[in-house]
Design a protein around this ligand. Structure first.
Ligand code: SF4
Length: 231
């Protein structure tokens, strides 16, 4: 029996989804590889694209594309980029007409959260912020044993509580929730429970200054070659 194909865009050399053609030409979908999601799920793709016909979704997607567009400039030297993500966050929130922003941050990035709050308030937004330890619930509530405490078995440790972070921001009715430095897994729970629009300013990476791609870029150097070792 032939092996079932799964979408595998990372192995695509055709890029039929982003063809280099003129504005009046039509993309040639038959050039897509057999593992292309457009080839595997043609009905799903055309059905789902209709979602953009909903006026609020269409407008949100349009504003996101405007934001993307404004981040580049065409110069004699080629296309240049213009804004760091923090400025994009300010610009996009303003484009969307958002007034109240929610900040779900990690206690370990409290100083960064304070700096971000100052920047956002100076740009005219109201900020509601919730630290990951909100609730002050002991880690044993979720089955963490004292010998698994980061600070040692004799110390109290509050668990990270992304569900409380999400529900407080839901209750506050913020226009947009911003994740800042939540741990892997805790971020997953936050996204699962957050019912307002959510974006990420930064993810937690304790080693690289919260820049996980630094280790990726170094994975072909001696320093992080272990990432490529087969297991
Ligand atoms: S969507 Fe299809 S054409 Fe585009 S990268 Fe994925 S496999 Fe390639």
């Amino acid at each position: 029996m032939p092996e079932k194909l799964h979408p595998t865009c990372t192995k695509c050399a055709k890029l039929a989804c982003s063809p280099a053609i003129g504005i009046d030409a039509e993309p040639a979908f038959d050039e897509a590889p057999s593992f292309c999601p457009m080839a595997l799920f043609p009905d799903l793709v055309s059905d789902v694209v209709r979602e953009y016909d909903r006026p609020e979704v269409k407008e949100f997607a349009r504003l996101a594309s405007m934001q993307e567009f404004e981040c580049y400039e065409r110069t004699d030297q080629g296309i240049r980029t213009k804004f760091p993500r923090i400025e994009e966050l300010v610009q996009f929130a303003a484009k969307c007409g958002y007034k109240r922003l929610g900040l779900a941050f990690c206690l370990g990035l409290r100083r960064e959260a304070q700096m971000l709050t100052e920047i956002l308030e100076n740009k005219g937004f109201e900020i509601a912020s919730v630290c990951c330890k909100s609730g002050a619930v002991a880690k044993d509530r979720i089955g963490v044993t004292p010998d698994q405490h980061i600070g040692g078995p004799d110390s109290w440790e509050s668990m990270c509580n992304p569900i409380v972070q999400a529900e407080v921001l839901n209750t506050e009715g913020v226009d947009l929730a911003i994740m800042l430095g939540l741990c892997i897994g805790h971020d997953t729970l936050f996204i699962k429970y957050c019912r307002v629009p959510v974006t990420v300013l930064a993810v937690k990476d304790r080693v690289t200054g919260h820049n996980p791609l630094a280790a990726l870029y170094l994975s072909r150097s001696p320093y992080y070659r272990r990432l490529l070792a087969k297991e």
